[in-house]
Ligand binder design. Structure first.
Ligand SMILES: [Fe+2]
Length: 251
């Protein structure tokens, strides 16, 4: 007999697949979000917008790292902390679920050795400090500077080694790791933002397991918009990165 009562459809299964975001990292430990201190964000409004955008991508903790770079960015601990204060206070008031602290990206040169290191650094995590070197070539005193950093009890993290394209031998980075230098990859490098050779370097370093941390190195809107494409447009890469074992969550 014909029934007026249609058979109720079984409920659709809840999809288990989700687009991966950056919650596998949780913490970003390389960015330029202190307003108007370097070539990064130039206003509190921009910094807040960038942080809120990263929050919606899964980040919950921010260690922001303005440049301290000789006479180009003649910043010091007091200036960095003073300019960071309004950002920290705003977030503490309006976004208590986010954690933010300030450190620096130290450029390693003779100025650093003679003027910056003796006054003390701003470490994070396990007495870590983020350091960068010239894009043009290794500083002749590089090993001496590294030794001085470590002798002062800090653990250096070399920012974006894949961007130092003058160094083609991965063994050099492996030796640095054996010396206790940690390595941080830029997300934008593996995306190809800085060019093909840097992307290839990052792929090789990932394959060798040389990286410890992953950072946005976010300076401005353009960087943000490329990072925002990743969860939707680069899903395979996101899965690979999420399984790599970056240690950002330990920070
Ligand atoms: Fe940076």
């Amino acid at each position: 007999m014909f029934s007026f009562f249609k058979k109720k459809k079984p409920p659709l299964p809840i999809p288990t697949y989700r687009v991966p975001d950056f919650s596998f990292l949780g913490a970003d430990m390389h960015s330029h979000l202190v307003p108007a201190i370097d070539d990064g964000s130039q206003s509190l409004e921009d910094s807040l917008r960038f942080i809120e955008a990263l929050y919606s991508l899964g980040y919950r903790k921010f260690i922001t790292t303005p440049h301290i770079h000789g006479e180009i960015y003649d910043n010091d601990t007091i200036k960095v902390q003073n300019l960071f204060k309004p950002l920290k206070e705003h977030l503490a008031l309006h976004h208590p679920d986010m954690s933010i602290q300030v450190s620096a990206e130290y450029f390693l040169d003779t100025y650093f050795l003679s003027q910056v290191l003796p006054k003390g650094l701003m470490p994070f995590g396990n007495n870590n400090v983020l350091v960068e070197v010239s894009m043009a070539g290794w500083n002749r005193q590089f090993h001496e500077i590294l030794f001085a950093i470590q002798a002062n009890g800090y653990h250096p993290i070399l920012a974006h080694p894949e961007r130092y394209i003058y160094e083609t031998k991965l063994d050099v980075f492996e030796q640095l790791k054996e010396r206790g230098v940690l390595m941080q990859m830029n997300l934008l490098s593996i995306l190809g933002y800085y060019g093909k050779s840097i992307k290839i370097n990052a792929e090789k370093m990932l394959a060798r397991g040389l990286y410890d941390y992953c950072g946005t190195d976010l300076h401005h809107e353009r960087h943000l918009s490329h990072i925002q494409t990743m969860p939707q447009e680069h899903q395979e890469l996101m899965w690979q990165l999420s399984e790599y074992g970056f240690k950002n969550k330990e920070l």
